[in-house]
Design a binder for this molecule. Structure first.
Ligand code: NAD
Length: 498
């Protein structure tokens, strides 16, 4: 059995937690590797390596740090096929989608290649008589990232790309469900020229996470995962005087206005609802057609597109999506489907009992569609995170606007319309962090910034872009004068610029 180990100080290291997780191949349902879980002393060892590497890395000029990012980007591109196959074999998403996962992470690395520009401070000449004021952004020290299973390449790169480029050293605690790609990324970062200790990987579960939260030498934690855990990390991390950004779950809505380009909207919806088996925080699991005519037409057009979907193993180039990540997650999604029917929603297409010939033990779920879903149903209020699309019918624009605005999650939302005024009004008023206008998955590009609202994110600083640079640096402001001639008397009044 392949053993997946920690990566500390530039080499593999055994974990001492005394427990291990099983890593499956979701296509076959069989175990393919074992990942040893870390104890607090493993986290201590990683932090010690990162603490030792920090002073020299922080003092390395930003252009040289950027050159490591350039080299890392080239190495990841060179190894794209191997990485995508490894990712798919543990996650279950199709190969093309794994390449997208890696590519979206690389786009943050591309942003990090421009870090010298992003780190330039501010300067005011002559803020007072002979006084200049300037500011600089300095790295925090050792930072940590705790990441979910659903983007095992992109989300670690969101975090360590910006953290390392800004001069920090980093501990990554990836998901225990698909931990191999994060280790390969750390190896490639060393190959790209990052000194040992700059990027370390510790595997594990709550025990390792709690050790990260408690460690006094870790200055900041970036977390992405489900909301309850995000809230736990945020409240405990900040109580321990760390900076914390903690992104949580989601339930993105797609509003279909009566004037939408229905052909395009249907194509977009099917991809956004069922791609990656719905295991995306920016998936579109709720569609809100406005008016009965729009709803009926949408349903009529959606159904044949759903019937055409090909569910297959992740290496099947014709498959649109593959299995979900684990048998426990398959069970959870199927329980939600049962609950939705019990709650009174109309189960138009049931994806349970789906099997793929030759892969009967794989964690597959067929595309599922509910209509007439109501806001008081648990299946509407909670995140399902599977290939399940729910139609919630609205009578008016105002009613449609209220749905995502009042939902507990506020990650992303999309509106489909040909009316610029309606789109503009929607974008301005909706109580959600990321908005798509005729764009079903509005994940912002790397030089903008990613973050939801409400229970989709705790803390106030987003991922990547300048928000990421701010999160991983602290500002120092210098007020300087070089007096000459007569010495001024002491002043006991607060200095002002009057
Ligand atoms: P998860 O919350 O189960 O796990 C995330 C991380 O937390 C993992 O590293 C895991 O080991 C760790 N963890 C799990 N239980 C813990 C505990 N009790 N104490 C401390 N740490 C613990 O999430 P997941 O199932 O891996 O990922 C799916 C979730 O992530 C979904 O809710 C999805 O919406 C969310 N997500 C959000 C975003 C976003 O940016 N908002 C992006 C991707 C995924």
């Amino acid at each position: 059995m392949r053993a997946i180990q920690n990566y500390i100080n530039g080499k593999s290291a055994a974990a001492n937690g005394g427990r291990a997780g099983r890593v499956y191949n979701p296509n076959t349902g069989s175990q393919q590797a074992e990942v040893a879980f870390s104890a607090a002393r493993d986290v201590d060892a990683a932090v010690a390596a990162a603490v030792a590497a920090f002073p020299a890395w922080a003092a390395t000029n930003p252009q040289r740090r950027a050159r490591v990012m350039f080299a890392f980007k080239q190495l990841v591109e060179k190894n794209m096929d191997e990485l995508a196959h490894l990712l798919s074999s543990e996650h279950g998403k199709v190969i093309a989608d794994s390449k997208g996962d890696i590519q979206r992470g690389l786009e943050v690395i591309e942003f990090a290649c421009g870090i010298p520009h992003a780190l330039k401070g501010e300067y005011t000449e002559g803020a007072g008589p002979g006084i200049d004021v300037y500011s600089m952004r300095q790295p925090l020290g050792v930072c940590a990232g705790i990441t979910p299973f659903n983007f095992p390449a992109m989300i670690p790169m969101w975090m360590f790309g910006v953290a390392i480029a800004t001069g920090n050293t980093f501990i990554l605690k990836p998901s225990e469900k698909d931990p191999s790609v994060p280790v390969r990324l750390a190896e490639l970062m060393m190959e790209a020229g990052a000194p040992v200790g700059v990027l370390n990987v510790v595997h594990g579960d709550k025990e390792a996470v709690d050790a990260i939260i408690a460690h006094p030498d870790i200055k900041a934690i970036s977390f992405v995962g489900s909301s309850d855990i995000a809230h736990y990390i945020y409240s405990h991390g900040t109580a321990n005087h760390k900076r914390v950004q903690a992104m949580g779950g989601a339930k993105n809505h797609g509003i279909i206005m009566p004037d939408a380009d229905m052909d395009q909207a249907v194509k977009d919806l099917v991809g956004a609802a069922y791609g990656s088996a719905g295991e995306r925080c920016m998936a579109l699991p709720v569609v809100v057609p406005v008016g009965k005519q729009t709803a009926d037409e949408l349903r009529e057009r959606l159904l044949p597109e759903i019937e055409k979907l090909k569910v297959g193993i992740s290496t099947d180039a014709d498959a649109q999506y593959g299995p979900v990540v684990s048998s426990a997650h398959k069970q959870k999604v199927e329980d939600y489907i049962a609950l939705g029917a019990k709650e009174g929603a109309e189960l138009v297409r049931d994806g349970r009992n789906f099997t793929l010939q030759g892969y009967e033990e794989g964690f597959f779920i067929g595309p599922t569609l509910f209509d007439n879903v109501k806001t008081d149903m648990r299946t509407y209020q909670e995140e399902i995170f599977g290939p399940v699309l729910q139609i919630v019918r609205a009578e008016s624009f105002e009613e449609a606007l209220a749905l995502p605005s009042q939902h507990q999650y506020g990650n992303g939302v999309a509106i489909f319309t040909r009316n610029g005024r309606a789109a503009r009004e929607f974008a301005s008023r909706v109580n959600v962090g990321m908005v798509g206008i005729n764009v079903p998955i509005p994940v912002p590009v790397a030089y903008h910034t990613f973050g939801g609202w409400k229970r989709s994110a705790f803390g106030d600083t987003n991922q990547h872009g300048m928000e990421g640079v701010k999160f991983f640096t602290k500002v120092k402001t210098i007020t300087a004068r070089w007096p000459e001639g007569m010495t001024d008397d002491s002043s006991f009044v607060i200095p002002t610029m009057r």
